[in-house]
Design a protein around this ligand. Structure first.
Ligand SMILES: [Fe+2]
Length: 370
């Protein structure tokens, strides 16, 4: 058996690292970046810090929607051309980062549709892109894929060339993130680490990264939700979220397959959707692979890290930060479960679940999570 391991790009971490942005743009040989972000961010302190650095001279596209669609990518690409830009600064949560990364594909090949994505085309020499997250969750800043909705379905556009030229992790930028979003995005990060660690794919380097990510999140997620100004907790969450995305090169599991239709059908935040399904999937997996969560429990610092205790600990953590199970409270109707189960089964994430799942398993998990 042979394996291929890839690790991400240059990452700058620390409070205040945003101020180094101009120096790094110069090092990349560019001077006219397009800032890609979402409308909610432009009035935040995080965005004001960026404007202070840019002197408001850089072009801005702030039209990225949550769960971005192909139309967002097309509009951002048009803004890049009309601003005669030479690079991208993807600034915000996972949606803005995903759109910022992927417009470089459309810029390189304007005559080709983005979806279906032509993986085998020559995608070398994409426009330089610096990713700067203002949440700690998706880890999209270090990822090599973007999730874009077309015709009501989430499509994953993956290519090694999509990796950012540089990642700036400045925990100061996450200080203003409201508790609800801190909780949802942080839960996503934890689930990335848990699902990637327990996926059966052989990748011991990612396993180590995932376990340390779990450890850091166990120490800091509740603190970051309760006290948004806790810079130490914010920093640990930012690092751990990035590590979660590095780890999920191994792939994810059934929690993510269940979560994706909850966003496309019912508009749930991705992290919330994941968190509300997590205890049920963990129980399902532990019943079939006893001990599967033991090392997750150890990473979380449990004295008796058996499956039940680990599942209870994770469930309690989610409750503590306001992610209480019960999909109905989020507007999910029983009448949608069949169609969502079809989509969840078509989603490829569950193929690397610790145990195989059928469509009817997924239907039953939705029912339990309802
Ligand atoms: Fe996720």
């Amino acid at each position: 058996m042979t394996s291929s391991f890839s690790f991400p790009t240059k990452i700058l971490f620390g409070a205040g690292t945003l101020s180094e942005l101009p120096k790094h743009l110069s090092a990349l040989g560019v001077s006219k970046p397009l800032i890609v972000t979402d409308p909610g961010l432009v009035s935040t302190d995080a965005f004001k810090s960026l404007e202070k650095i840019s002197g408001k001279k850089w072009a801005v596209f702030s039209g990225v929607h949550p769960n971005p669609a192909l139309e967002d990518v097309e509009a951002a690409t048009a803004a890049y051309h009309s601003g005669k830009c030479d690079s991208v600064i993807a600034f915000g949560g996972g949606s803005a980062l995903d759109v910022g990364k992927v417009i470089r594909i459309c810029i390189k090949r304007p005559d080709q549709p983005l979806i279906p994505f032509d993986f085998d085309a020559d995608w070398s020499g994409l426009a330089p892109c610096i990713t700067i997250p203002t949440t700690a969750g998706t880890g999209s800043e270090t990822g090599r894929s973007s999730v874009i909705i077309k015709d009501g379905r989430k499509r994953v556009i993956f290519h090694p060339s999509l990796i950012a030229s540089l990642v700036i992790l400045d925990p100061k930028l996450t200080l203003g993130l409201p508790p609800k979003l801190t909780a949802a995005t942080g839960a996503d990060a934890l689930i990335h680490c848990i699902e990637s660690f327990t996926s059966p794919v052989f990748h011991p380097m990612c396993d180590g990264v995932a376990l340390e990510g779990i450890h850091l999140i166990g120490q800091s997620l509740a603190r970051a939700v309760k006290n948004g100004g806790d810079i130490d907790a914010r920093g640990k969450m930012q690092i751990a979220a990035m590590m979660g995305a590095v780890a999920f090169q191994k792939d994810l599991g059934a929690i993510h397959s269940l979560a994706h239709p909850l966003s496309t059908f019912c508009g749930l935040h991705h992290g919330t959707a994941n968190a509300l399904c997590t205890p049920f999937v963990m129980k399902f997996n532990a019943e079939r692979v006893p001990g599967v969560y033991r090392r997750v429990g150890i990473a979380l610092g449990l004295n008796n890290p058996d499956d039940d205790a680990t599942i209870e600990h994770v469930s309690n953590l989610f409750r503590e930060i306001g992610l209480v199970p019960g999909l109905r409270a989020y507007g999910v109707k029983e009448s949608l479960l069949d169609a969502m189960s079809d989509q969840a089964f078509e989603d490829t994430c569950h193929q690397t679940n610790p145990v195989p799942v059928t469509r009817s398993d997924l239907r039953s998990l939705y029912q339990q999570a309802l």
